[in-house]
Design a protein around this ligand. Structure first.
Ligand SMILES: Cc1cc2nc3c(=O)[nH]c(=O)nc-3n(C[C@H](O)[C@H](O)[C@H](O)COP(=O)(O)OP(=O)(O)OC[C@H]3O[C@@H](n4cnc5c(N)ncnc54)[C@H](O)[C@@H]3O)c2cc1C
Length: 363
C-alpha cells in the first residue's frame, strides 16, 4: 500500500512560469476543472511584461497572412473577451491597424494580392493615397487592417496573479528545477505532488535541463513609451515599427530584433533606431518617457515548442511563442490540454517531437 506523504498537496499539474504562456495555460486548466499550482518569480522584464501585446493578422514586408491566423484569431478574441468579462476590465483593445506603404513597390506588391478572397476578412480598405496629414506621413497610402489590436498584457497578468494568489494557487518564488523529484507516475516538488509538470519559462526555458536540447533562437527586443503632445490617434500605425495608441497622447513604439547580443540591457542604439523609424511615421516632436527590454522565446523554425519530454511523460513544455504569443497562446493552450487528455493530436508544426533527433544527439 502506498504510504501517504505528510503535508503534501496533490494536483493534476504544476506550472512553472506565469508570463503569457503560463497564465493562459493555467486559465485553461482552471476552466476545465483541473487542479494545479503555479510557480513564478514575476520578472519585471519578462517578454510578457514589456511586449506591446499586438495582434496583427498581416505580418512582414511581404504582406503574408500570419501563420494559421484564421484558426488562432477567433480563439484568441474569444479568450481575451471572456477574461475581460470575468474581471470587468478591458484588456483586448480591438483597433484597426493602418499599414502605411513605404514605397511604390510596396503598393504594387499589395495590389497584386488584393483580389485574393482569403484576405477579404482582414482588409477593410486599401488606400492608394491618403490626404496629407499634419500628424502622419501617409502620402503613399496604406492598408487598413481589421480584426487586430492589442492586449494590455500587464493588466491581464495582474488580474490573473491576484486571483491565483488569493486562491493559494500561485507561489511567487523561483522554481529550482534541481529540486524536482521524478516519481513513477508524476513529480514532487517540496510539498507539492502532481501527475505532470509543465514548464512555461519563456527565454529561461533555454537553460532548462530537461529541454536545453531544443533549438531556441532567443532574440532581444527593445521598445519605447512615448508621448506626442496634442496627438490622439485612432489607428495603430505600422511602417518599419508599430505605434500603438495607449490613450492621453501616450504610445508604445517597437520593436527591435537582435539575435546577436541577447542580454537585458537597454541601449542608446535601439533608442535611436526606434526614434528614427518613428520620425518616418509621426511628423510631430515626440518625448520618450521609458525604454524597456525583453527576450523573446523564439525558435529556429519560428514555431512554438509544445509537448511531452521524449522519455518522461510527466514532464512537459509550453514555450517558444516567439513574437506572436498573444495571437497563438490561447488556441495552443486549449489544444495542448486536449492532447494531454488524449482527445486530439498536437499539430506536428508545434509538437516538440519534430526535434526528438536533437534529443538523441544530445545524449
Ligand atoms: C520588446 C518585445 C515586444 C513584443 N511584442 C509583441 C507583440 O506585440 N505581440 C506578441 O504577440 N508578442 C510580442 N512579443 C513576444 C511576447 O512577449 C512573447 O511571445 C510572450 O510574452 C512569451 O511569453 P512566455 O510566457 O512564454 O515568456 P515570459 O514572458 O518570458 O514569461 C516567463 C515567466 O516565467 C517566469 N520564470 C521563468 N523561469 C522560472 C523559474 N525557474 N521559476 C519561476 N518563474 C520562472 C518568468 O519570471 C516569467 O514571469 C514581444 C516581445 C518583446 C521582447
Amino acid at each position: 500500500m502506498a504510504q501517504a506523504v505528510p503535508y503534501s498537496m496533490i494536483y493534476d499539474y504544476l506550472v512553472v512560469g506565469h508570463g503569457l504562456a503560463g497564465a493562459i495555460l493555467a486559465s485553461k486548466l482552471e476552466m476545465s476543472g483541473k487542479t494545479f499550482r503555479v510557480f513564478d518569480v514575476a520578472k519585471a522584464n519578462a517578454a510578457s511584461r514589456v511586449a506591446a501585446g499586438l495582434i496583427n493578422p498581416v505580418a512582414g514586408k511581404r504582406f503574408a497572412k500570419s501563420w494559421r491566423v484564421d484558426e488562432f484569431l477567433p480563439a484568441a478574441a474569444a479568450f481575451y473577451q471572456t477574461m475581460e468579462a470575468h474581471y470587468q476590465t478591458p484588456f483586448f483593445h480591438q483597433k484597426p491597424i493602418l499599414k502605411l506603404f513605404s514605397t511604390p513597390e510596396e503598393q504594387n506588391n499589395w495590389m497584386g494580392k488584393s483580389t485574393d478572397a482569403s484576405w477579404q476578412d482582414y482588409i477593410e480598405t486599401t488606400h492608394l493615397q491618403l490626404p496629407p496629414s499634419e500628424d502622419i506621413y501617409q502620402e503613399l497610402g496604406g492598408l487598413l487592417i481589421q480584426k487586430g489590436g492589442y492586449v494590455a498584457l500587464k493588466d491581464f497578468l495582474k488580474c490573473r496573479e491576484q486571483e491565483l494568489f488569493s486562491k493559494g494557487l500561485l507561489q511567487t518564488e523561483a522554481f529550482d528545477v534541481n529540486q524536482l523529484e521524478l516519481l513513477p507516475d508524476g513529480v514532487r516538488y517540496g510539498e507539492s505532488e502532481a501527475k505532470k509538470i509543465i514548464f512555461c519559462e519563456g527565454a529561461a526555458g533555454a537553460e532548462n535541463p530537461y529541454f536545453h536540447w531544443l533549438p531556441f533562437s532567443l532574440n532581444k527586443g527593445e521598445i519605447l513609451d512615448i508621448k506626442v503632445p496634442n496627438f490622439e490617434a485612432s489607428y495603430i500605425y505600422n511602417k518599419a515599427v508599430y505605434v500603438v495608441p495607449l490613450g492621453q497622447n501616450h504610445y508604445r513604439v517597437g520593436a527591435t530584433y537582435n539575435w546577436r547580443e541577447v542580454n537585458e540591457e537597454t541601449t542608446p542604439q535601439a533608442r535611436e533606431e526606434l526614434t528614427a523609424k518613428l520620425q518616418d511615421i509621426v511628423r510631430k516632436p515626440v518625448q520618450v518617457t521609458a525604454q524597456y527590454v525583453g527576450i523573446r522565446p523564439a525558435v529556429r523554425d519560428r514555431k512554438p515548442l509544445v509537448g511531452l519530454h521524449p522519455e518522461l511523460p510527466q514532464v512537459a513544455i509550453f514555450n517558444g511563442m516567439g513574437s506572436k504569443g498573444v495571437l497563438m497562446a490561447p488556441l495552443l493552450a486549449e489544444q495542448f490540454l486536449a492532447a494531454l487528455e488524449g482527445k486530439t493530436a498536437l499539430w506536428p508544426e508545434v509538437n516538440i517531437a519534430r526535434y526528438f533527433s536533437l534529443y538523441l544527439a544530445s545524449r
